[in-house]
Design a protein around this ligand. Sequence first.
Ligand SMILES: NC(=O)c1ccc[n+]([C@@H]2O[C@H](COP(=O)([O-])OP(=O)(O)OC[C@H]3O[C@@H](n4cnc5c(N)ncnc54)[C@H](O)[C@@H]3O)[C@@H](O)[C@H]2O)c1
Ligand SMILES: N[C@@H](CCO)C(=O)O
Ligand code: NA
Length: 431
Amino acid sequence: MTTTTPLRVALAGLGTVGGGVIRLLDANRDLITRRAGRPIEIVAVSARDRSKDRGVDLDRFAWIDDTRALADHDGADVVVELIGGSDGPALTLARATLAAGKGFVTANKAMLAHHGLELAQAAEAARVPLKFEAAVAGGIPVIKGLREGAAANAIARVYGILNGTCNFILSKMEAEGRDFAEVLAEAQALGYAESDPSFDIDGVDAAHKLSILASIAFGTQPAFADVSATGVRHVIAADIAEAAALGYKVRLVGVAEDGPGGLFQRVHPHLVPIDHPLAHVTGSLNAVVAEGNFVGRLFFQGAGAGDGPTASAVVADLIDIARGEYGAPYAMPAAALTAPSRADSGERRGRAYLRFTVQDKVGVLAEIAAAMRDAGVSIESLIQRGVTAEGSAIVAIVTHEAPERSVAQALEKLRGSQSLAGQPMWMHILG
Ligand SMILES: NC(=O)c1ccc[n+]([C@@H]2O[C@H](COP(=O)([O-])OP(=O)(O)OC[C@H]3O[C@@H](n4cnc5c(N)ncnc54)[C@H](O)[C@@H]3O)[C@@H](O)[C@H]2O)c1
Ligand SMILES: N[C@@H](CCO)C(=O)O
Ligand code: NA
């Protein structure tokens, strides 16, 4: 049944995502009213610069200069925060909104990674919704999928491609042999990148998202500080070419596992076998794989960034709230989430890709092979290629399965070697 009492929304942040939310609510107004059972109406907005042309008519909304005041805006039932930043005005607004007994919707994974537990406790205490579908993997309904759809399962592992900017960069480098910096500028122009793009390229944004996913998948308190994160800054065109020659694609993958040794969370560039579904995720797409003990392998894929897909997730949360369909923000009440212990990655076994830029001189390969042998790491395949004008060459190695501690020992032994030019690259092979 459709009622005429609207869900009244105050919107903070009118950038890529905020603009997308206004456009989506305009374009799909009737459909959303029928689905939600009542209209969803923006009543007030706030952003840094009132005069900026955003291509949408803002005159129909109340303009509030002080973003914090949206929390107490009499006309609003729910606040949507699309400003960004883990602390500062976004966190002030979140705390004030929940304290005022209003629902809160956000796309802000940085804030949730740092303060998600506190905010969930505040929302539960006030019995109001806190929803964040847009914060993880943009438009993909992966929070809903894990929190609701897979709620009956024990999940042992969740992993995926969680940053659209990095995936866009890697797949452009792969398809077009383009330069890193040039492709990053394109991703920024398309609205995919964070305001500080080092969060994207250094793996921090994916780590924020992974910590949220792990919490939902495993019923553990968010533990962002325990995510080890490396980004794509040091991936070079030769890595992508050698990976292809060996039958792999390079992808930035976040992996979380809940095992007897504790909670393991890592974001790192991986070699993904060409026949794995993640190898076919290109551009700004994201994908998440979750392994449930009854459902089996779930694979979610879709647009991970951009105005339309992210707005789709924000408005889906608003529709749930308008319908009165929401529960604890995570997959269980905040008080039931357990405090995880951090697993030791040195104990993990896996295959590794190692790339060395070497001086092309007698004995280099023997030195690398000896370091591997002494650490007990056996070589599966090795390619040496391309002597440059400076006389250096690329040596790319794939190892047999070995403990990560042993691979680290081999690299430690080679540290400072006169035969190597620059730092070796270590990528894990997704198994
Ligand atoms: N862009 C994407 O594809 C995407 C996808 C998923 C999640 N997100 C998240 O959504 C949020 C917004 O991202 P975006 O890409 O739309 O950012 P953006 O930079 O395009 O927009 C940010 C908006 O916040 C406003 N703002 C900044 N500081 C403010 C302040 N102190 N007070 C009031 N307003 C302020 C700006 O004026 C602007 O309107 C971030 O948390 C981001 O991580 C973005
Ligand atoms: N900067 C993020 C936006 C989506 O969260 C990305 O590139 O994935
Ligand atoms: Na999502």
